[in-house]
Design a protein around this ligand. Structure first.
Ligand code: GLU
Length: 414
């Protein structure tokens, strides 16, 4: 059965629970239920063959009580207003959870980038920035990469923005190429942040890495790097997938070799591995499941079949509220997206700080700062969950919402 995906309704449902337990005032509740601004544009694009096309584009500026709006831009056919709004709200919570001085925003262009040439992608990226004129800025709203957007795309966007404002402003966007002021370590930081959090849990439970079997869904920036970092740490990667294929091998897969061969031949393959469906991948025998692709994967249909005891959400919104309820009932630990994948935005914060100072850090310095930031956020959420006897997701919401409402109250919204 197909599970209906209503990401913003899912956010409101989770917020309602938190609002009740925190006894929020109606003003605070409205502020957290409503985006500050929704900017919608039609982008007029000329294809390589001369055809004209229009693409729908969004930027949602959800909340900036704690600092400028922050959040990625995704290129995906599913990036409609409902999804972008939910993702913008999640960014506000996420930045508060890891305590970086940003609010939440998100952007999306609703199209399938795989059907477009590199030159077309560049034109679309530049047109987006021109059409969104006045939206972005180092102290206002700072985009970053997300699903199917890359450092190169951030480079085009920065270049277009700087042409418009007529001055250098590298801190208006993060996740950009190193040559334009990007931070060392930003490329692997989402995965690395997730691994830091996972390792806190593994250590706390006294588990033996070599005995832990991991399945990773998704082979993009987050999924691929998570699989390779965990593989190098000694975990056994028994399942991997990209948008076309899923592989299982109980003897272990080598994500680095698989990545190399995917770059050569275009498909995910490994000698001896079994090709399975996405459903079989999610239901595979393993200890740790890492959804690192799209949202709404672990639902009323798929959650009952999950065999993992730990879920690390590197994707945004991979578990539906029904999925959450099933995992809670089954005693499965879900490390929620707003914590698990926050290493990306935390390192975006470090990038922004470096841009402001025009003083750049080594990769070691970046990770020396990221590690305690993630570990502290994990322990704060763990303690809250124990105290309030809730899931980690609810605890993360409580912590995030509390920090946002404290900032709102300091601005007079009480
Ligand atoms: N797109 C990433 C996320 O969902 C990174 C956002 C950022 O660095 O601003 O967290």
């Amino acid at each position: 059965m197909h599970q209906e995906n209503k990401p913003f309704a899912f956010y409101l449902e989770r917020l309602a629970r938190t609002a009740e337990s925190l006894d929020l005032t109606p003003e605070q509740r409205t502020a957290l239920e409503t985006p500050n601004a929704v900017i919608e544009k039609e982008l007029s694009i000329v294809r390589d063959d001369g055809r004209k096309e229009t693409l729908r584009a969004y930027r949602v500026q959800f909340n900036n009580a704690r600092g400028p709006y922050k959040g990625g831009i995704r290129f995906h056919p599913g990036a409609d207003l409902d999804e972008v709004k939910a993702l913008a709200a999640a960014m506000a919570i996420k930045c508060a959870v890891v305590n970086v001085p940003f609010g939440g925003g998100k952007g999306g262009i609703q199209f399938d980038p795989k059907q477009y040439s590199t030159a077309e992608i560049e034109r679309i990226s530049r047109t987006f920035i021109r059409e969104m004129n006045g939206t972005f800025g180092i102290n206002k709203d700072i985009p970053a990469p997300d699903v199917y957007t890359t450092p190169q795309i951030m480079g085009y966007m920065l270049d277009e923005h700087e042409k418009m404002v007529g001055e250098s402003e590298p801190g208006m966007i993060t996740g950009k190429p190193i040559a334009l002021g990007g931070s060392l370590g930003r490329d692997t930081s989402t995965a690395q942040g997730g691994v830091y959090v996972l390792e806190e849990l593994v250590t706390m439970r006294g588990l033996d890495r070599e005995k832990l079997r991991v399945v990773v869904q998704g082979f993009g920036n987050a999924g691929y790097h998570a699989a390779s970092i965990l593989h190098e740490l000694g975990y056994r990667i028994v399942g991997l997938s990209d948008s076309k294929n899923a592989l299982l091998d109980p003897n272990g897969l080598d994500p680095i070799a698989i990545h190399r061969s995917k770059q050569e031949h275009g498909t995910l393959a490994s000698p001896g591995a079994r090709t399975v469906t996405n459903e079989e991948l999610l239901a595979a025998d393993c200890d740790i499941l890492i959804p690192a692709a799209l949202d709404n994967q672990l639902t009323a249909t798929t959650a009952p079949k999950v065999k993992a005891s730990i879920i690390l959400e590197l994707a945004n919104g991979p578990t539906s509220p029904e999925g959450d309820a099933i995992f809670e009932e089954r005693g499965i630990t879900v490390i929620p997206d707003v914590l698990a994948n926050a290493g990306g935005v935390a390192t975006s914060y470090f990038e922004w700080v470096q841009n402001r100072q025009q003083f750049y850090w080594t990769k070691e310095e970046v990770f020396e700062r990221l590690h305690p930031l993630m570990a502290n956020a994990f322990h704060a959420i763990w303690t809250t969950a124990k105290e309030k006897r809730t899931s980690l997701r609810e605890a993360a919401f409580v912590l995030g919402v509390e920090r946002i409402t404290t900032a709102l109250a300091a601005r007079g919204i009480k």
